[in-house]
Ligand binder design. Sequence first.
Ligand code: NAD
Length: 255
Amino acid sequence: MNALDFTDKVVLVTGASRGIGREIARQFAEQGARVVVHYGRNHSAAQETLTALPGSGHMTAQADMADSAALEQMVAEVVAHYGRLDVLINNAGIYEDHPLAETSYEAWQASWQHVIDVNLIGAANLCWLAGRQMIRQGYGRIVNVSSRGAFRGEPTGPAYGASKAGLNAMSQSLAKYLAPYNIFVGVVAPGFVETDMAAESLKGESGAAIRSQSPLNRVARPEEIAYPVLFLASEGAEWLTGTIVDANGASYLRT
Ligand code: NAD
């Protein structure tokens, strides 16, 4: 038996035009899923992800995570197209720096609003939209991509840390609420990953310092984050509902 078999499952991966999301989409497709490659702005990058996916029946779907109406329309289109939605992966996210001592009050508020809108409210809205469909069909899996920063702190990006801590708490609440409907919710909390989002921090001295946080002296590759995402969404992982999986190469161990 292949526990990671997702044959014919309909999987929506947000932020799949690049980075971790692109790799999550690829791994689901490799395991037989029909993947909805969600993107915000970069249609050609999403198209590139789509073209590279093995198997068939995949599609792209556009929506700004901060636009609740656009998300509603997107999920309606997915359900109209496939007749169902089995797995939601809330991967899209942004990081913004707003060091308190150097940020104006206006900029501080704007940045908090934007980060929370995209990382937390957007994911919550998609949980509602997908969750209602999953309740109707009596089956669903949701995996939210959080961050080590929720636990370790984000000194110069506190909205990011708070948004991911909120995502963790929301996931645990929904895991409890949705379990009776045969819908299970998990979280993967990565440390640094080799993607565009982290590219700047991974350069030069700061990069060396970040790599040395792990006893493996490196950061994660996107496939090492995608794997636990698939695992939590797989048949047999139901009892792990509500779990937050640390994927950080032992760079930060919580008890
Ligand atoms: P990335 O910047 O390469 O990809 C993020 C994706 O989210 C992009 O496709 C982007 O278009 C999409 N997105 C951002 N804002 C959006 C919006 N308003 N509407 C629609 N789509 C939007 O980053 P990544 O490294 O692949 O990150 C993926 C997830 O992993 C994020 O949630 C991030 O917080 C988390 N994460 C990343 C790292 C890291 O070091 N790279 C570490 C911990 C957690």
